[in-house]
Design a protein around this ligand. Structure first.
Ligand SMILES: [Fe+2]
Length: 577
């Protein structure tokens, strides 16, 4: 019995599930070529049907990943002003902070609820047109996040923490997963929002919220987390038992585009302290409160497996801190942890709780489209590129990497989620420290974090400290580890200034062709890691089709494109340097 779900907030997409198995999943941005595409995912719905070989009639159930019923809206509206004014909570609060908080809170209500209500009715109308025979169900937003992580973790029992900007007006939820059930034990309501905290910070640094938070995280490693600025920031977030509180955070972090109050805490901090230090103290406070929250939950429920989902856990350094908590033995982060991955959780939750299906550990997230050599060759011909067919393309890529050439690789099924995991990746030797600046310029990117490494799984212990229990999330680049001296010596381009890296560990079973490239490279150099970064130009989604790959290869003036079994050299073509 096929179950389909979708998301339509800031990263729209769709997924289709059968008997607890993910048949296909994709995000709309890859199809429309608009980064973070929001709105109803018409293309993704058709694409997951095509990829899974199902028809509209095969879909018997459609799950909408939010509550959004009228009574819940009313309930939230009455609850919201109370959470906006946590009386007696927090200090260092001025009258202006409270006033700004009040104004902004109602601005959010007016901005959000009309859209929520309109979507509530539009979704059902659209879905009934597409799937006239299907039944429709709703699952709470954070339960979907929780299900995406727990039901793909392979754990029988786990402590589940989800956190984001908000969903169904919940910002943080703690639950317990046991076999097929998820029991919610705590919810923190908007505006107690860690997502808002980090998004506001991102806009104050001049970047785009919900997209560039990783830049702040990268910058934070250069700053001093013990800077005096910390004393002003620590009041923004508090933890009490299993609840997260952000007393008057919105008032104190007043959005820079709202000009009425010039005395913002953020404006003052950025005037008085280096940007690196401001980023560092915000990251420090984030880590402190989530470590405390997790410790409190762990002490209460004595569960040693921790699973995480929601946009907050795209913060790879935070995930490392949580994995280091004494008593937490294993951590798993759903690879598409933001709202872009919520459709998987929604469909799995319905399937497992209603149909008796079982969740299982995901081996990989290659859930997207793939293309035949004929289709690839047609795209190369259309672009007028010279190319050659190479039977052992993996060995040829390894040879090029040894020569310090940049190779864009397009192979097999596209990855699901924000990370390129080898099939839509740019590869490069990690031995040269200057590669980060050089490649960032080529791709039009501004990053403070170095490119991430992909490492042969059998050499993981040689390259990273304290991996025990966390090899699984390390398959998906969702967590950082401290690097060993050996790693710092042989792959300096992938080690951040704080000595960490966010690796992808690759084994033969997960991706044989990708593994073979690493193996061939290791044979030639003795080094088990190379650079892996996503194959896309700045502010574009990761490439999806052969046409996208050819276009990005040409725009980025990259040296080689290994696409299927074909090799394209820029030097052999007019657009080469
Ligand atoms: Fe969310």
């Amino acid at each position: 019995m096929c179950i389909l779900s979708f998301s339509q907030e800031h990263d729209a997409g769709a997924a289709i599930i059968e008997k607890g198995k993910i048949l296909a999943a994709i995000n709309e941005e890859r199809l429309t070529r608009v980064k973070g595409q929001s709105g109803f995912p018409f293309k993704s719905i058709e694409e997951v049907l095509r990829l899974s070989g199902k028809t509209h009639k095969d879909v018997k159930h459609v799950v909408i990943p939010e509550i959004s019923k009228m009574m819940d809206v009313v309930k939230n509206l009455t609850r919201y002003p109370l959470t906006a004014f946590p009386i007696g909570r927090g200090d260092n609060i001025s009258f202006w902070d409270v006033f700004k908080h009040f104004i902004y809170s109602f601005y959010i209500i007016l901005q959000t609820y009309p859209r929520v209500l309109i979507n509530h009715f539009l979704d059902v109308r659209r879905l009934k047109k597409i799937f006239p025979q299907a039944k429709f169900h709703r699952v709470e937003h954070h339960v979907c996040h929780a299900a995406s992580a727990f039901h793909t973790s392979g754990f029988k029992k786990a402590l589940i923490i989800t956190a984001d900007y908000w969903g169904d007006f919940v910002c943080n939820m703690i639950s317990i997963g046991r076999d097929k059930e998820i029991e919610v034990v705590s919810r923190s309501w908007y505006p107690n929002s860690i997502g808002h905290y980090y998004a506001n910070l991102t806009t104050w640094f001049g970047y785009r919220a919900n997209r560039h938070e990783g830049k702040i995280l990268g910058l934070a490693a250069y700053g001093n987390p013990d800077s005096p600025a910390y004393e002003e920031v620590k009041h923004l977030l508090e933890v009490e038992e299993l609840k997260l509180y952000c007393p008057y955070m919105i008032g104190k972090m007043w959005h820079q585009k709202m000009p009425f109050f010039k005395d913002s805490l953020m404006r003052r901090l950025l005037d008085d302290y280096p940007r690196e230090d401001v980023a560092a103290v915000f990251q420090r406070r984030l880590e402190e409160v989530f470590v405390q929250l997790t410790k409190n939950a762990h002490e209460k429920y004595k569960i040693e497996n921790l699973v995480l989902a929601g946009g907050t856990f795209s913060n790879v350094k935070l995930n490392q801190r949580l994995s280091e908590i004494p008593g937490i033995k294993r951590v798993y982060i759903f690879p598409n942890m933001t709202d872009g991955g919520i459709s998987v959780g929604a469909a799995l939750h319905y399937d497992i709780t209603t149909n008796g299906s079982f969740g299982s550990s995901v081996r990989d997230v290659y859930f997207g489209p793939e293309f035949s050599n004929e289709e690839i060759e047609a795209a190369l011909k259309k672009a007028g590129l010279k190319y050659e067919y190479v039977e052992n393309i993996e060995a040829t890529i390894a040879d090029l990497l040894v020569e310090n050439k940049v190779v864009a690789r397009f192979h097999g099924k596209m990855e699901y989620g924000p990370r390129a995991l080898g099939n839509r990746s740019i590869l490069y030797a990690a031995t040269d420290l200057t590669v980060n600046d050089w490649l960032n310029k080529r791709l039009g990117r501004t990053e403070f974090m170095p490119f991430a490494p992909v490492t042969l799984a059998e050499y993981a212990d040689k390259c990273y400290e304290n991996l025990n229990g966390n090899e699984f999330p390390a398959k998906f680049m969702t967590i950082t580890f401290d690097c060993t001296d050996y790693m710092k010596e042989v792959s300096p381009a992938t080690v951040h200034v704080d000595g960490t890296a966010r690796p992808q560990l690759i084994d033969e079973e997960t991706n044989p062709s990708y593994y073979k490239i690493l193996k061939e490279y290791h044979k030639r150099t003795g080094i088990p890691s190379i650079v892996n970064t996503s194959f896309n130009m700045h502010e574009e989604p990761i490439v999806c089709t052969p046409d996208d790959a050819v276009r990005s290869f040409q725009q980025g003036h990259l040296e080689y494109l290994a696409i299927g079994k074909f090799l394209v050299s820029s030097a052999e073509n007019n657009d080469g340097k």
